[in-house]
Write a protein that binds this ligand. Structure first.
Ligand code: G4P
Length: 533
């Protein structure tokens, strides 16, 4: 056993996913509060203040007052070193939101108890499923009138297709919210409306078996209802099975209220107990074990222009194995170079801290002189392997790009290609015609504005975007067996190719996708694309 095993094994790296407004930020703040990372919740990521400090790297973020990029937070709790990967909360999220999930070992899914599963959660969930990472559910806002608990669980099971296993069970909701019943200890933990931003007080615990005390404390009606529901649950619900949780097939569910600070610490404790240590990752030479192997990492995000004056780019790396030391030399596998990672830093909520060391599970940002691409591997010079690529996620918005000044073709092509290389946008061309026109695809429409802004500000090129009606893109998994020019699709289908010449199909609605698949037996369409050369 090497001397960094312990450091790695106490790491827990997870992403928080939710639909905007479900309470992701509030929950994160409370986690940090318990970890002692902040004194008063709200001071790290208060919407109006600190959230900007984290990510006002681009003028556009300031103008819109929203966060385009995602940030990483690290804190200590109960002997664990926890890395939270936050994802942009605005509806206009980008591919970065998806990529963040590639760097996490598990995900916390926050659901608004009055709304159930919402659109953005559904999208992010799909990526978690693709990666088979464990998903832990926190049903938030129990201090408001919530939907029926069984109905909420059904919603998760039906909408997302994952089995649920309540770890605790709420007693009432809204004004009648009294606390939760913990299924493991068979105790009721009572809720007291704590002041916003303070830690939970010492909660009263009553064994459910002590029916007299239970009736006295939560009232006879609530007690009867609870006992009945628990009986039902014990009889009918899915058995708790940690292995299924780890395979991403069963989600443990906790209830609480992030705002009034109830159930957050209980959830955190359960979560930490059940989630995994940094997991082995697939590389072209097999699985790389975080503890057994020496330093290795992959780039999951590139953020340009964090400091406009220097035109810098920061590459975010997830360390997958071993220990990172700022002095060490590493091999950038794709670039074929031995180098030192420059200015390694941890991007904290409101500051950037220069790092001297980090371990598997951690996320570091390094200065990128323009050599890294999304998915690149860096490792100890003695090694030479590549981590499995990061998939290209399906854009949902498309536009034709028109250049205003045709004399600036060179800058335009350079700019758009560089921005595409960073992974902020995807670019396509007409499939058949030799037309040089470029079609841009993005995951969130805000990326269109980012593209326009950056081409103007960094490359001095003005463009006009003409939006196209397509919303769905499919890669052709068996492109070598298919004659794309002879494919017969629906009249609203469009054939395009990416910059590597791979054929893709654009569709206006899901019906057309189904129709095209039906008309072309043998055609295999995919929603994500991994490593297509
Ligand atoms: P997000 O990051 O998922 O987008 O959600 P965020 O935490 O920003 O929360 C969205 C709104 O919901 C906020 O109110 C927040 O205070 C509220 N909220 C979060 N958790 C709870 C909860 O457990 N109970 C209740 N009742 N409300 C909750 P806001 O008015 O939009 O913002 P603010 O002025 O409070 O910051």
């Amino acid at each position: 056993m090497n001397n960094y095993t312990e450091e790695i094994n106490r790491r827990r790296t997870f992403a928080i996913i939710s639909h905007p407004d479900a309470g992701k930020t509030t929950l994160t703040e409370k986690f940090l509060l318990y970890g002692g990372a902040i004194n008063l919740a709200g001071s790290v990521k208060g919407k109006a203040t600190a959230r900007h400090a984290v990510s006002d790297w681009m003028g556009i973020e300031k103008e819109r007052g929203i966060s385009v990029t995602s940030s990483v937070l690290q804190f200590e709790y109960g002997g664990y070193c926890i890395n939270i990967l936050d994802t942009p909360g605005h509806q206009d999220f980008s591919e970065d939101t998806y990529r963040t999930l590639m760097a996490a070992d598990s995900a916390v899914m926050v659901i608004d108890a009055s709304k159930g599963v919402e659109a953005q959660t559904r999208k992010l969930f799909k990526v978690c499923v693709m990666r088979r990472i464990p998903i832990f559910t926190f049903i938030n806002k129990m201090d408001r009138d919530a939907r029926d608990t069984f109905e909420l669980l059904d919603d998760i099971e039906n909408e997302l297709g994952i089995a649920t296993c309540p770890v605790n069970w709420p007693i009432g909701s809204g004004k009648g919210f009294q606390g939760v019943y913990d299924r493991e200890t068979k105790c009721v933990i009572c809720y007291s409306d704590t002041e916003k931003g303070t830690k939970e007080g010492v909660a009263t615990q009553i064994p459910a078996a002590d029916e007299e005390k239970l009736r006295e404390t939560i009232g006879p009606a609530a007690a009867d209802k609870l006992l009945e529901e628990v009986e039902l649950l014990d009889g009918a619900g899915a058995e708790f099975d940690l292995e299924l949780v780890h395979r991403g097939e069963l989600t443990p569910v906790c209830f609480g209220s992030a705002l009034t600070n109830f159930g957050v610490e209980i959830f955190l404790q359960h979560f930490l107990r059940m989630t995994t240590v940094p997991l082995p990752r697939k590389a072209d030479i097999g699985l790389i074990d975080p503890v057994e192997n020496r330093f290795s990492a992959f780039v999951f995000k590139i953020q340009a222009n964090m400091n406009k004056a220097h035109r810098d780019r920061v590459a975010f790396l997830r360390i997958c194995s071993g220990r990172f030391d700022a002095q060490m030399e590493v091999r950038h596998v794709q670039g074929g170079k031995i180098m030192r990672l420059s200015q390694p830093q941890q991007i904290l909520a409101d500051e950037r801290k220069i790092l001297t060391e980090a371990y598997a599970g951690d996320i570091i940002g390094v200065f990128d002189p323009g050599i890294f691409s999304i998915g690149d591997t860096v490792c100890t010079p003695g090694e030479n392997f590549r981590y499995e690529g990061i998939p290209t996620f399906a854009p949902e918005h498309f536009a034709r790009v028109r250049q205003m000044d045709t004399m600036k073709r060179k800058q335009f092509v350079k700019g758009i290609q560089q921005i595409a290389q960073e992974g902020a946008i995807q670019i396509f061309q007409e499939f058949n015609t030799g037309l040089e026109e470029i079609i841009v695809g993005v995951v969130g429409v805000l990326q269109f504005d980012v593209l326009k802004y950056r081409l103007e500000n960094e490359y001095n090129v003005e463009i006009k975007l003409e939006t196209l009606p397509y919303e769905h893109i499919r890669w052709i998994a068996n492109k070598d067996q298919v004659d794309v020019s002879r494919l017969s699709g629906t009249s609203d289908m469009k054939k395009v190719k990416d910059m590597k010449g791979n054929p893709l199909l654009l569709f206006v609605n899901p019906w057309s996708i189904g129709m095209t698949a039906e008309r072309n037996p043998g055609l295999v369409l995919t929603e994500f694309c991994v490593n297509q050369e």
